[in-house]
Design a protein around this ligand. Sequence first.
Ligand code: BG6
Ligand code: MG
Length: 216
Amino acid sequence: MIRGFLFDLDGVIVDTAKFHFIAWQRMAAVLHIHFGQKENEQLKGISREESLDRILHWGGITLQQEEKQHWMDQKNAWYLECVAKMGPEEILPGVASFLREARKQGFSIALGSASKNAVPILEQTGLLSAFDQIVDGTVVTTSKPDPHVFLEGARRLGLAPEQCLVFEDAEAGIEAAHNGGMRSIGVGDPNVLHRAHRVIQSFKEIPDPSALIHTL
Ligand code: BG6
Ligand code: MG
């Protein structure tokens, strides 16, 4: 029986993939590396450093650790310029009411994100108090599809993996959930997320958390 929900952040709660895209694209332009939507899709759920490594690899560029750190800091500064303008209106449709209902119905709720910016984003959108536990990129360093981020979320909620349902927009995130022995809901494109137990386009399709878990 599902008793807890583990939420990815970027692309599930807020559409920050567009901000990551803008920031990586600014860097790629300086380094003369082609970086389009297709490449951005492959970075969903992937840590900042691994994302940089992949972009540099695509561009055939090798950098020293110090230069890599410079680009990670610069990219994050550009990303935070976008994040600074965020407010509650950036919460994806149906998410805030799903979180409220889930709490009312007694489910435990954790965040399981690779991002080191999770807390500021949740603060700015007014969602921080909706979560019982936050597991983010400051806690976990391995990238999805490694299941650590979700296993740690389940552990902190005091639940077994099979009692948790993961919401993810990234292929790597769905894989991470399954690698951890959890069920998953894909949020987004069914062609990308076909391995999920169910795919939704929006939380507006699933207004009632209790009813949802009976469909799995
Ligand atoms: C994930 C995003 O949630 O967080 C990735 O899907 C991103 O695109 C990763 O690289 C790390 O985020 P941040 O905010 O720590 O750079
Ligand atoms: Mg995501």
